[in-house]
Design a protein around this ligand. Structure first.
Ligand code: MG
Length: 385
């Protein structure tokens, strides 16, 4: 049976919500993001994109390119609410909805043609329903697998419907640059380019063995993706909500120093698990339980960008601990990362300053993972372990 996968992606999500909620911003270059020295653009409206403003760009640079741009601070809780609404609407079209980030999801519509009619029409109806409920527009990619659906949803933004079903996929993919290939980050891209591989076509013309030789198992995946082959299922359950580490202690602990020691170790565990699963946490939560009365306290913080290194998570956890009374005996401490996003799929959520401390930490810790995998545990411990 032919698979029919939709990738639905909201158009300039954060900026569109701001324009919807404030008529004065409509038709204007709106830039949602931080305005501080190290502020980064989360989303720019299409009016701002014309000036070359894009997601993850330092706000200072955005200001240079678009001096009359209107900066608006993000309202994450509002965006989260709208996200719930749109995901619910997606659910009207398929029971198999896999959210990929706050404003995009995969839908498996295989076998629904009898119910809904041709996919093209279904996509149109979905756009209409989303607009009716939220006054926001989205773009839809239709293809036989997830990779292709995601690839084509962004080809005709905004309000686009791009259908890759029944086309000569390898031929269509040939001219595309390799940053469009799933799982290719800056590091892999550099390595590919060094091998004189610049387009999908270049990888198609190379061979599987060569790719495996240079990139291991990942190379095999890249080779198949370059032909548009992707077997992954749309799995609604896969959207893991959180990754946490908590521990009921054999003996009570008390005092900031003591608690911090445990929390540090737990941040290491959480970060490691995030990296293993290729996820980032946009939220950090700290939990403690007092021995007396069995009272549990949690405190949390949501961030603009996702974290996956232990030091950054620990920095947040320390801030959270400062809000709690740690001078009473405790029997449980824990750290959780929540609002998980997929590493490669950050898209507009990627607010990471490319030269930041955070990136250096991530690189260092990823390296330590590798060393540990090769030589065993305890050879190299993350900082503070
Ligand atoms: Mg989007």
């Amino acid at each position: 049976m032919q698979r029919i996968i939709f990738h639905v992606d909201m158009d300039a999500f954060f900026a569109a919500i701001e324009q919807r909620d404030n008529p004065k911003l409509r038709g204007k270059p709106v830039i949602v993001g931080g305005t501080g020295k190290r502020g980064v653009v989360a989303t720019a409206s299409y009016e701002a994109r014309v000036f070359g403003v894009g997601s993850a760009m330092p706000s200072i640079q955005a200001k240079e390119r678009c001096p009359h741009g209107i900066f608006v601070p993000p309202r994450m809780s509002v965006y989260g609410q709208v996200s719930k609404e749109i995901m619910q609407i997606f659910g009207h079209f398929s029971p198999l909805v896999e959210p990929l980030s706050i404003d995009e999801a995969f839908l498996d519509l295989s076998g629904t043609e009898k119910l809904f009619g041709p996919p093209q029409k279904t996509a149109k109806r979905l756009q209409e329903e989303v607009f009716k409920a939220t006054k926001l527009t989205c773009s839809v990619g239709i293809a036989e697998n997830k990779f292709l659906a995601k690839l084509c949803s962004e080809m005709n933004k905004p309000k686009g419907i791009t259908n890759f079903l029944f086309s000569n996929i390898p031929e269509k993919l040939k001219p595309l640059p390799l940053n469009k290939l799933w799982g290719v980050g800056p590091k892999t891209l550099k390595k590919l380019n060094a091998l004189n591989l610049k387009t999908f076509g270049d990888i198609q013309r190379s061979d599987e063995e060569t790719m495996v030789e240079h990139f291991g198992a990942h190379g095999q995946k890249l080779f198949h993706l370059a032909y548009g082959r992707d077997e992954r299922e749309v799995t609604p359950g896969e959207g893991q909500k959180s990754i946490g580490s908590e521990m009921t202690l054999s003996e009570d602990i008390q005092g900031t120093k003591e608690v911090t020691k445990y929390i540090r170790r737990q941040c290491n565990e959480v970060a490691k698990e995030l990296r293993k699963k290729g996820l980032r946490g946009r939220g950090v939560r700290v939990k403690i339980r007092y021995t007396q009365g069995f009272i549990t306290k949690t405190t949390q913080k949501t961030l603009e960008s996702g974290l996956q290194d232990s030091t950054s998570i620990f920095d947040i956890a320390k801030q959270l601990l400062a809000r709690l009374d740690l001078n009473k005996p405790m029997r449980l401490v824990g750290v959780t990362a929540f609002e998980l996003t997929q590493e490669q799929e950050q898209g507009q959520m990627s607010l990471l300053d490319k030269n930041s401390k955070q990136e250096r930490r991530e690189k260092l810790e990823a390296l330590s993972d590798k060393i540990e995998a090769k030589f065993g545990k305890g050879v190299m411990l993350p900082p503070g372990a």
